[in-house]
Design a protein around this ligand. Sequence first.
Ligand code: XMP
Length: 513
Amino acid sequence: MQKIIILDFGSQTTQLIGRRVRELNTFCEILPYNKFPKDDPDVIGVILSGSPLSVNQADAFRLDFADLRGRYPILGICYGAQLMADTFGGKVESSDSREYGRAQLQTIDADDALFKGIAPDAQVWMSHGDTITHLPQGFEVVASTPTVKHAAYRAADGEPLWGVQFHPEVFHTLCGRLLLHNFVVDICGSQQDWSPAQFVESTIAELRQQIGTDRVILGLSGGVDSSVAAVLLHRAIGDQLTCIFVDHGLLRKDEYTEVMGLYANLGLNVIGVDASQKFYAELSGVTDPERKRKIIGKGFIDVFEAEARKITDARWLAQGTIYPDRIESMNITGKVIKSHHNVGGLPEKMNLKICEPLRWLFKDEVRRVGKQLGIPQLLIGRHPFPGPGLAVRILGDITPEKVRVLQEADDIFISGLRQWPTEDGDVLYNKVWQAGVILLPVQSVGVMGDERTYEQAVALRAVTSTDAMTADWAHLPYDFLAKVSNDIINHVRGVNRVCYDISSKPPATIEWE
Ligand code: XMP
């Protein structure tokens, strides 16, 4: 399958370049800058990412262009563009005025293949402290802004090589999609055949080949990734797959039963384990968020392992790990800095091999694949939910009674979001990335009827986001918030005050703990 290689020099937007290429139905791999796959016949082009470094630093990341030049079309972005200019004999210097934010192109060469169809005054997004002051011999300017002369350049002799000092991958570069389309499709010749249907078909064939007649176990969480991985595997190997769903007692109201029902409808073989009492006992009196997480993580592994050991002939552990999990777990030198094994240590202990069928997909692609597999929207459209569940939304110690109160309040908020219509015929739930209620360790005075009350406060949290790395609080309609507040106070015993969290991430986080 054709692929674009994105060499990562450590920029925060490298992943975005990958997403944009995938949006062009083109497969791509993001690799550390020094890991170019020299012998891969499927490579059709190379993109060099930005970097927090300066090419003038002694320890700047360098590249051996002998592997690339003359073999593939190359697009250097920001640091990538500066690195090429510097390597080929140009000059990069620290710029007097640092170039950040919006800028308008002023002149462009309208005949240039990379800029085909792009308005001469298109808006771009700059973010660099260095600037290219002299282009190497044999290179020429393609676009400038009022302050950046070499905003884009190319090789003058027709070699397919470009450098842009702005970021075409970010939303604010309005012409960015077209520019990347020009590069990936027109210049590199992508046939744009990377699609959910194609992915499902080829992955099923690969899984059959990889697994043969072995047995596989998979931990389901009720979330999108593990559910899609399970259905994909089930398509490939049928009943050789056994799934395990652990209820730690910190799920949403009725979630365990509902999700088990959805899995049964999908034909999955799922062992459900209600371990809530174990978790409540172990969490009793614990207030520190990190200790809560550790207790739940270890408890989960214990329960999962006990069940998994009953499947004595299992050879594989399947996981719903997705691409961003793996990219985050590597730094640009390729060293693993954080392991994403949900059931840490288990594969080694039980001598299981790891199978990660979604390892190349971004979150939105997982949803598209899920849709392709016929998984109901109720499952694939679900908001993300933290592994430790409501434990990180009950500030302070956890008791079954607090879990009940929070489940009731959360249910009112979430079902409210699912029902509240929006102008475009959708519902509010689908307009937010994630929502939930937090039970605060605070009591306040209220009045209900003629009675003075002294009860708990809850906070509603709803955010918009594309990847949970940054998030904004969702601007939910006042009428909706008023109704939810009313419903919670009237129906959830023990709560007399509702607040709305209007903090963005950063500096706050999505969860409170
Ligand atoms: P924060 O709170 O860091 O969360 O802004 C970002 C995203 O990660 C989820 N989250 C977790 N998921 N285990 C998980 O599996 C955890 O311990 C955990 N903490 C946060 C959070 O819900 C949000 O989607």
